[in-house]
Structures are given as structure tokens and as C-alpha cells.
Design a protein. Structure first.
Ligand code: IVH
Length: 666
């Protein structure tokens, strides 16, 4: 088979898998197999750049950033929908239609969930995706073609087995983020110290309006298509026929959509959908009813901004007002201290809400939230309740602004908020709210690497008061362990041996294990070098000395100094040494040839493992990162290197093969 045919076969195979995964939700191969096929296609396209096509599945990773969005004029304006606030208004809508049509007649409606996302228009010429835009002001939208291409559920080429394709096809739909994807996205944002999104709609809007589509490509955007724009070269009699055609062409169409006979069925659909609202995997704020027959739609026509033949039935607001009885501080497992408002319990969207997070002091200041205030609370779908606003008119005369206290509510130690950060934290190694998580981290693979101390055992050790902080681990006896549930003497023996074995360790493992905020594995290694593995010096250090270390910034420096200001932390570390921890001496001889350079390893290496590669880089002053960015200096590529290699090539980063890398360090 020649290359061009091979490329075409791979593309259509990948498109099929994409469709099965994103539209039918019924994949037939694993993600790894998909990645392998994509890589194969990528390599062929790399070798034959003349054969790259705009609609290739490789083109979904995003393109270099734009300076701004262009404009696209909608051939047919994108109108909005009139609202019906309750059942009476849905019935009144139907009565209006009957009056306009001049005779009593049964009307067939299409009922659709009203998605809470962003309307977009997708344009296809001869079956190929050519551009896409936002709704904008209804007449002209922004050209977000590059961003839309990253949404895998959007076909770049229409599937044609079932039917032919029109010369021009404009499809409208709603881009949104599923509730579970939204929660995951926010966890990720938090882990990367990026701002979290207030709700799925904001997250979808922020992602779609990125000038850098490579960022959009990392966001979990979904779409359902629900409306025709201009269509040339093919006609349809009803909206349901058009929706069926959309499905055949490979567009995702909401499975909740129903054909209804008469307005009573619409009322029933509406209340059924409302009762299931919180169980759907995405957020909706109502139902949409459209006259199914296109001739009837035409007869009914439009008002200035919305069609007469459709209506949006709105759901009851998921908002209520209540009173803040108190504001307490709550300490999370990571030591983050969060203010929480205790509310006079109130039912919002069928669920009783009695607590709402106020996030942090900045947020409290921004909204000027006070004890005694009457607040508007909102629950959007399954998403955590939030304060929308304060009803100032109802504020008691004697109220005063709320200021968080500076001590931890769980252990009374000082809490600390680094300059420029929003979250205040408790750094006490024996804070009861954090102790389980601190121990989990202490024993983990890249920290002290203590086998056999899992989550269940830690729960028991803490609950039975055997361990209050990490040093207590080294005080445990076989007898104490064998008394615990599901602990045979043999495994108690093994656990004690693992604890004893872990005592001979390195500075960086031990420091990483302490869980000082912002001191991960890499920074711990940097500190090991800077302090030549001397723990005493490190415990007595100051901000100036720390800031003098390359790779240690002011926040890390201050956090470390604050950590050692808590005498309890110093005691616990000294206890560890008294109980037998010994740190390996550090050899600082190796020439720091990679100082300041960042490496990424990808693919399978042959003569060294990735971990060894990382150690080689770090022992020479460099840094090994997990993903390729503009900050990467070198990518070391082994066999079957995939998307990271692609990204390196895209960003023009130097790529080394394994032997070239090893030559550098010989
Ligand atoms: S049809 C002329 N169908 O609601 C009809 N819109 O207020 C135009 N929306 O901008 C839209 N789900 O963002 C339609 N199933 C659905 C919808 C839907 C959500 C949004 C869309 C539109 C707004 C109209």
C-alpha cells in the first residue's frame, strides 16, 4: 500500500474510534491503542508533510496562539429563545400558536434539554469542517475555529456511509463541560496553583475563548448539536429529520430529545426533566420546545430576537436566601484553612444546605461577608453551594467585617499565608486534621518509601492514638501492631522491618517526606545540594540564604523558615534522628553541567531507565519535568515517543536520542 493510502486508512480508522468514544460513548479499543495509531499517523505525516490535511485527527492538538479572534458573520442570525417561567406560560405559548395558525390543531413538538453552555455555529462545506464561531451578538460571532477543532466530538469530516452530504451545512449546538469533568478540572487547576472556575459554564466559556488553542485542547469540552443554520443542497421537512441526519453525519445529539404530541406532553416532559435535573451528567437550566414541522415554523415566523415557534421552559431557581449564623474555620487534610459559613438551614433545589464555603479571606473581603448577613445561596447542579451575593438591606446595624484568626482551630499553632497567596495554612507536623495525610505522604514511594504502611493501617494507628506525628512511627513495636485488626504477627514483623530499613535514607527523601509546602521532590534535591546534606544547617537557615539558592524563590524560602519557626516541627525532626534516622553523606563532586536546564524524557529508553535518566540530570544540576512546555530545554526521546515528541517539534525544542544524551554525560 502506498503511503498516501496508508495515511487515509489510519485517518478514517482514528475518526471511527473518535466517533465511537466521544459520540456513541462505546469505544472498542483502549486509549493506549488509540494513542499508538495516532502516533503512527503522526510519524507518517512528519515524514510526508505534503500529505498533512486540515481534517486529520493529528490536527486536534491546538495551534500556536492568535493575537485576537477574527469575526464571522452568521448567514442566518443566531436568535435567542423566549422564556416560559411556569406551566401556565408553556400553555400560553401553545395558545398563541393556535391563534396565529387560525385553527385548533394538534402540534407536534420536539422537546430538548436546555443546556447551560455556549452556543456555537459549525460550518461544513462539501462535508468538511471549514470554520466555527461563537454566537456573539447574534449577527456576528468570533472565529473560534482552532478551538473547536480540539473538541473530539466535533467531526472534522462528516460520516457519509448513511447519506450524502449537503454542499453547505451550518450546525448549531452548545459547548459545555460535564459535571464530573468540571470537578476534575478544578482539582487540576488547584494542583497547578491556577484559579478555579466558579461553575461549568464559566469553565467552558474560558476554555472556548482561549487565544491559545493548545490550552483549549487540554480542557474537557463536550458538545450537543441541536439546530440548523443555512443548509444548501438538501432539504428536510421536520426538525426531527434534521436531528436524525445530524446523528448519521456523526454529530453528538442529546439522547434526551423527544418528539411530543401536543402541549400536555410538553408540560409532562418539563416536570419530568426538572425532577431528574440533578442526576444528569451536565447542567441544564430548562427545557426547549420547538415546533417540529418546518413549514409550520415558517408560517409562524419570528419576532425581533426570537422565533415564535419555540420556547424555553425555565426551571425553578436553584437559589434561596438565608442567614449566616456563624463563620468557622475548617482545616483540610493538606493544612489549608478555609472559612466556612454556618447557615440557617435552607432547601435549595430540593437539598438542605447548612454550610457554604467562603473560600478564603480575600473572597470574604471582596464580597464583604459578615456574620448575621442575609445571603443569596446558589446550587448549580451537583456543584457545591456558593454565596451569590449579600442582601445589604438586611444587614444588622451592629455587624462588623470578618477577619480570620491567626491560629489553627484544630491545634492552636500559628497559621501562615505567604505573600501573594490566597490560602492560609497550618504547617504543624502534628496537627490532628492533617496527621493522616502527613503520614501517608511520609511513607510514600518517593518520600521515605516504607512498604506495608497503607491507608487502612494509618487510620487505625491514628484513631488508636498510637501515632500523633511521623516520629511516632519509629516508636511502634511488633506487639502494638499485632494487636490491630487484620495484622498477623508476620505482617507486623514485616512492617517494623520496613520502618527500620527506611531509617537509613537521604536528605532529599527525608525533607520531601516532611511535606513542607512547595518543597517537592525536586526542591528537596536542590536543598540537599545547597546544604550538602546537612540537616542541622537546613533547620537553622534563614530567608536570605535560601533565596540565594538558584530555584528557591521568596515564597518557598519564607515557607521553609516558617516551618522551622514552629518548635514542635523541630522537635519531631530531632526525635526522628534520636530514633535512628541516618542520612547518607552527599557527594557534591559531580560537575553541574545541566545547571538551569530542564529535560523531559519520553518513549522507552534502552540502556537506562527513565528514573535513572532523571537522576543523571538532577545530579548534574538540571531538572527533569513530566511534560513539554516552552520552558523545556531538551527532550530525550526513546522508542515509540509520542505526543511529547510532537510537542517538542512543534515548539522547536532540541530533541536528543538516548545515545546523544549519554554522550553528554560521559
Ligand atoms: S435553539 C432559534 N436548542 O439557549 C433557536 N438553544 O436562548 C435558537 N440553548 O443561544 C436556539 N439548549 O445557547 C436551542 N436545545 C437547545 C438549546 C439552546 C441551550 C441555548 C443556546 C441559545 C439560547 C437561546
Amino acid at each position: 500500500m502506498n503511503t498516501s493510502n496508508k495515511i487515509n486508512d489510519l485517518r478514517s480508522e482514528l475518526n471511527d474510534h473518535n466517533y465511537r468514544y466521544y459520540v456513541l460513548d462505546d469505544p472498542v479499543i483502549s486509549d493506549a491503542e488509540y494513542d499508538r495509531l495516532l502516533r503512527e499517523l503522526q510519524l507518517l505525516e512528519d515524514a510526508h508533510p505534503d500529505l498533512i490535511a486540515d481534517d486529520s485527527p493529528t490536527q486536534r492538538v491546538g495551534a500556536p496562539p492568535l493575537d485576537g479572534f477574527g469575526n464571522i458573520r452568521h448567514r442566518i442570525p443566531m436568535q435567542s429563545l423566549a422564556n416560559a417561567m411556569d406551566t401556565e406560560e408553556i400553555l400560553a405559548f401553545h395558545d398563541r400558536l393556535i391563534r396565529r395558525l387560525g385553527k385548533e390543531q394538534a402540534i407536534e413538538y420536539i422537546a430538548e434539554p436546555k443546556l447551560d453552555g455556549l452556543a456555537v455555529e459549525l460550518v461544513y462545506e462539501k462535508g468538511k469542517f471549514v470554520n466555527g464561531s461563537t454566537r456573539g451578538d447574534g449577527t456576528t460571532g468570533e472565529d473560534i475555529t482552532q478551538n473547536l477543532k480540539t473538541i473530539r466530538a466535533i467531526p472534522l469530516t462528516l460520516r457519509v456511509e448513511a447519506q450524502s452530504v449537503p454542499a453547505l451545512l451550518e450546525v448549531r449546538g452548545e459547548v459545555f463541560i460535564r459535571k464530573d469533568d468540571f470537578l476534575k478540572l478544578n482539582i487540576q487547576q488547584e494542583a497547578n496553583d491556577k484559579p478555579v472556575f466558579a461553575n461549568p459554564r464559566n469553565a467552558a466559556a474560558g476554555s472556548l475563548r482561549q487565544l491559545d488553542s493548545r490550552i483549549t485542547a487540554t480542557r474537557p469540552l463536550s458538545i450537543f448539536c441541536y439546530q440548523a443554520g443555512m443548509v444548501e443542497g438538501m432539504t428536510f421537512e421536520t426538525h426531527s429529520e434534521f436531528l436524525a441526519a445530524l446523528q448519521n453525519w456523526g454529530f453528538p445529539v442529546n439522547p434526551e430529545i423527544k418528539i411530543l404530541n401536543g402541549i400536555e406532553e410538553a408540560v409532562a416532559f418539563h416536570s419530568d426533566l426538572e425532577s431528574r435535573r440533578n442526576t444528569l451528567p451536565y447542567e441544564i437550566d430548562g427545557s426547549v420546545f420547538k415546533v417540529n414541522n418546518y413549514d409550520l415554523q415558517e408560517k409562524l415566523g419570528s419576532r425581533s430576537r426570537s422565533p415564535r415557534w419555540a420556547i424555553a421552559g425555565k426551571f425553578k431557581a436553584q437559589q434561596e436566601t438565608t442567614v449566616i449564623e456563624n463563620i468557622i474555620l475548617s482545616v483540610g487534610r493538606t493544612g489549608a484553612v478555609t472559612p466556612v459559613a454556618k447557615l440557617v438551614p435552607v432547601k435549595v433545589g430540593g437539598v438542605v444546605v447548612s454550610n457554604v464555603t467562603l473560600h478564603n479571606q480575600d473572597e470574604i473581603d471582596r464580597k464583604d461577608i459578615r456574620v448575621g448577613d442575609t445571603v443569596l445561596i446558589q446550587r448549580a447542579g451537583d456543584v457545591i453551594p456558593q454565596v451569590v451575593k449579600i442582601i445589604l438591606e438586611k444587614r444588622p446595624a451592629n455587624s462588623s467585617p470578618f477577619k480570620m484568626i491567626n491560629t489553627c482551630p484544630e491545634c492552636d499553632h500559628d497559621i501562615y499565608r505567604p505573600e501573594g497567596e490566597v490560602v492560609a495554612r497550618c504547617q504543624n507536623l502534628s496537627c490532628p486534621a492533617q496527621v493522616k495525610r502527613r503520614i501517608e505522604h511520609f511513607v510514600s514511594k518517593n518520600a521515605m518509601d516504607i512498604d506495608g504502611v497503607g491507608e487502612k493501617l494509618i487510620d487505625q494507628l491514628v484513631e488508636k492514638n498510637l501515632v500523633k506525628s511521623v516520629d511516632d512511627l519509629f516508636r511502634l513495636s511488633v506487639d502494638q501492631l499485632s494487636d490491630l485488626e487484620r495484622m498477623a504477627e508476620k505482617s507486623a514483623d514485616n512492617t517494623i522491618s520496613a520502618l527500620n530499613n527506611s531509617k537509613s535514607t537521604t536528605f532529599h527523601r527525608f525533607v520531601h517526606a516532611l511535606g513542607i509546602r512547595n518543597v517537592g521532590e525536586h526542591v528537596a534535591k536542590v536543598l540537599e545540594k545547597a546544604f550538602s546534606g546537612n540537616m542541622e544547617d537546613f533547620m537553622k537557615t534563614n530567608v536570605e540564604d535560601l533565596e540565594a539558592i538558584v530555584e528557591v524563590g521568596p515564597i518557598v524560602a519564607e515557607t521553609i523558615v516558617k516551618f522551622w519557626t514552629d518548635k514542635n516541627n523541630v522537635n519531631i525532626v530531632n526525635n526522628c534522628f534520636d530514633l535512628g534516622i541516618v542520612l547518607e553523606p552527599v557527594n557534591n563532586e559531580t560537575e553541574q553541567i545541566f545547571a538551569g536546564k530542564t529535560f523531559v524524557f519520553t518513549g522507552s529508553l534502552e540502556s537506562i531507565t527513565r528514573k535513572e535518566g532523571k537522576e543523571i540530570v538532577e545530579s548534574r544540576g538540571g531538572r527533569a519535568a513530566g511534560s513539554v512546555s516552552t520552558k523545556t530545554d531538551y527532550v530525550v526521546a526513546g522508542k515509540n515517543a509520542g505526543s511529547k515528541l510532537m510537542k517538542a517539534e512543534e515548539l522547536g525544542i532540541s530533541v536528543l536520542i538516548e545515545s546523544e544524551f549519554l554522550d553528554l554525560v560521559k
